[in-house]
Design a protein around this ligand. Structure first.
Ligand SMILES: [Cu+2]
Length: 455
């Protein structure tokens, strides 16, 4: 029994003997292994990208099993094996997507998820994807960055007939590359409705240096006017910015053990390029949408511009404990749309110091349907200062509303500082890291029990 494993059992004991009635599945993993497990789907079951039967035994023994990527707030897509082919199923469909606690939009996605569930395969795999179209219009699927036969490229009329509503279409190809790719509908407006997902191909041989954590973020932007729930895909301006389909503070923090090496893959499918900034650490770009970048090209930075249709893979040593922001640095992309709360009201004057305008700002902030606070103090003479308010009523702390194991232990009102295209990497010493992993396990167990009771 190694140290981490022993530690796990010590922590487990703190949670009481009841834990040990939970079965072998809970005990099967060390926290480290759990951290490397792919996220669970809605039903709470684990789904390895290598399938429930483990890595394919028939595969060439030279292939090394990679560390699965975790896509916070998005599940992995499971597959079935059919004569050596990994078979995935994607259903394109309209769905409701809650992007923050006070905003749900009518997006389009796959399998009830927007962005769609993450596909993870290994270099060399033969892959089949059965696409079913439950959209009200024709669609097709493009495999962005993959080198495959033209018949599989997913461009309507050029390489295939459009997939009509109610129809299925089968794509099949061999993945000879490694890298961070994505799948998306090859129709501009459908892309802007959310029809995108990760397609990650793990290398046959693991890269060096070894990464301890592997996370993925999909950048999207939405134009949803007040009183509306349908994104305006014709807009050139965007008021909602999301990582993996949610805006901060709903984004689930990334967890990293202090001293570990973190890989972060970022892909962008919107109308803007996003400078993604990491606090407190330096990273190197180790890959692009074309695959691994040679080490001779790596140099230190802390902001990487992720252009439209690009993928950037960065890696860093999680050296310093703390909750470190990861966010787009465009100022308007670090905000949620307070204007959305205006509903039928509008600020009727350009003079923001006017009492009525301020009153409206304040009252719209109060109109959200959950408990929150504006924790920052305001000067007694604030109303007489030109330019006020700026962020005063925007920063709404809603810690309880967005609470989850990954937010455990954050300072009070942490959520007031989190908006828009923003998340954080929590670099945690062993004790805190293990405690949160334990909380995650407990939450999963409870969810599974609830499901079993209901079924
Ligand atoms: Cu941005």
């Amino acid at each position: 029994m190694n140290g981490a494993r022993r530690k796990f059992f010590q922590d487990a004991a703190v949670f009481g003997a009841g834990l040990f009635s939970l079965g072998d599945s809970l005990r099967a993993e060390t926290p480290e292994e759990a951290a490397q497990s792919p996220r669970e789907n809605e039903s709470g079951r684990h789904h390895s990208p290598y399938g429930s039967r483990g890595p394919r035994k028939a595969a060439a023994p030279a292939r090394e099993q990679g560390l699965p990527m975790v896509t916070p707030d998005v599940a992995d897509l499971t597959y079935e094996m059919d004569a050596g082919v990994k078979v995935f199923r994607l259903v394109a469909q309209p769905l409701k997507k809650k992007i923050v606690p006070f905003k749900t939009i009518d997006a389009w996605g796959y399998n009830g998820s927007c962005p769609g569930p993450t596909i993870q395969v290994q270099q060399g795999d033969r892959v089949r994807v059965v696409l079913e179209n439950r959209l009200p219009e024709s669609t097709s699927m493009h495999w962005h960055g993959l080198e495959l036969p033209i018949e599989q490229d997913g461009v309507p009329y050029i390489s295939q007939k459009p997939v009509a509503p109610g129809e299925k279409y089968v794509y099949e190809f061999t993945v000879h590359q490694e890298g961070t790719f994505f799948y998306h509908a090859h129709s501009a407006m459908q892309e802007m409705m959310g029809l995108i997902g990760f397609f990650v191909a793990h290398p046959e041989r693991n890269f060096k240096p070894h990464a301890d954590h592997d996370y993925g973020l999909i950048l999207q932007e939405w134009a949803v006017l007040p009183n509306n729930s349908v994104p305006n895909t014709a807009s050139m301006e965007f008021n909602w910015l999301t990582f993996n389909g949610v805006s901060a503070p709903m984004t689930t923090p990334l967890l990293a053990r202090l001293g570990s090496r973190v890989r972060l893959r970022i892909v962008n499918l919107g109308m803007d390029h996003h400078p993604i900034h990491l606090h407190g650490h330096q990273f190197v770009v180790t890959g692009t949408e074309g695959g691994r970048a040679p080490e001779s090209t790596w140099y230190s930075m802390n902001t990487v511009l992720v252009g439209v249709a690009q993928a950037r893979v960065v890696e860093f040593e999680a050296k310093y404990p703390g909750a470190w922001m990861i966010h787009c640095h465009l100022p308007h992309h670090m905000m949620n749309s307070m204007m959305d709360l205006l509903r039928d009201r509008q600020i009727q004057t350009a003079d923001q110091t006017e009492a009525r305008a301020m009153g409206q700002m304040e009252s719209l902030a109060k109109s959200v349907p959950f408990e929150h606070v504006h924790p920052s103090p305001i000067a007694a003479n604030a109303a007489s200062v030109r330019g006020f308010p700026q962020d005063a009523f925007q920063e709404m702390a809603m810690d309880e509303v967005v609470e989850k194991p990954e937010t455990y232990g954050l300072p009070k009102n942490w959520s007031a500082g989190m908006m828009g295209m923003m998340t954080m990497v929590r670099v945690l010493p062993d004790k805190e890291y293990d405690a949160i992993m334990m909380k995650k396990k407990m939450a999963n167990v409870l969810a599974n029990e609830k499901r079993d009771v209901n079924s």
